[in-house]
Ligand binder design. Structure first.
Ligand SMILES: CC(C)(COP(=O)(O)OP(=O)(O)OC[C@H]1O[C@@H](n2cnc3c(N)ncnc32)[C@H](O)[C@@H]1OP(=O)(O)O)[C@@H](O)C(=O)NCCC(=O)NCCS
Length: 143
């Protein structure tokens, strides 16, 4: 099951913060992100009451930016990230968005395979963006 996280659901936000503390390292980081960034949208994948994956986007008028997509290590390669991405792509279609963009480390082969599967295309290289490793800006056109 995929659900959209509401800013008022503080206990869920805390649970997400704890589950994905590799992404949200500062205390209350996710709560602050919701409070300070009106474009923040979080979708989580839940199975048997456990949160297994997260997709964090900025929903900016007519486009989406993917901030993070993360699946707990022991649940990877079972299609969870694909389900999260498909969910957001469908949402984007309904909302007539123009494109979805993201940045990925050049050496993150699994993530790049995932994005290629959904027709994201390489648009630009950010030289040395991640501590000397190039970043690739990818875009999926929706129109
Ligand atoms: C990238 C990540 C989100 C993929 O999550 P996932 O749930 O394992 O992905 P899926 O099972 O939906 O797989 C999607 C596609 O990715 C590729 N893929 C995923 N894991 C793979 C692996 N271990 N080996 C080869 N390909 C892999 C495959 O192409 C797969 O499609 P297919 O199953 O139809 O062949 C996950 O590896 C992760 O959380 N990584 C750490 C965080 C990260 O790097 N996020 C991306 C930041 S830009």
């Amino acid at each position: 099951m995929i659900i959209s996280v509401n800013i008022d659901n503080l206990s869920l936000i805390n649970e997400i913060q704890t589950t994905f503390n590799v992404l949200y390292k500062q205390k209350n980081e996710l709560k602050k992100e919701f409070e300070m960034n009106p474009y923040t949208k979080i979708y989580i994948y839940i199975e048997n009451d456990n949160i297994l994956g997260i997709l964090h986007i900025n929903d900016i008028y007519d486009r989406y930016e993917i901030n993070n997509i993360y699946v707990l290590e022991e649940y990877r390669n079972k299609g969870i990230a694909s389900k999260l991405l498909e969910y957001v792509i469908e949402l984007g279609k309904k909302n007539n968005i123009l494109n979805i963009t993201l940045e990925v480390r050049k050496n993150n082969v699994n993530a790049i395979k995932l994005y290629n599967k959904y027709n994201f295309k390489e648009k630009a290289i950010r030289k040395g963006y991640y501590n000397g490793i190039d970043g690739i800006l990818m875009e999926k056109e929706m129109m």
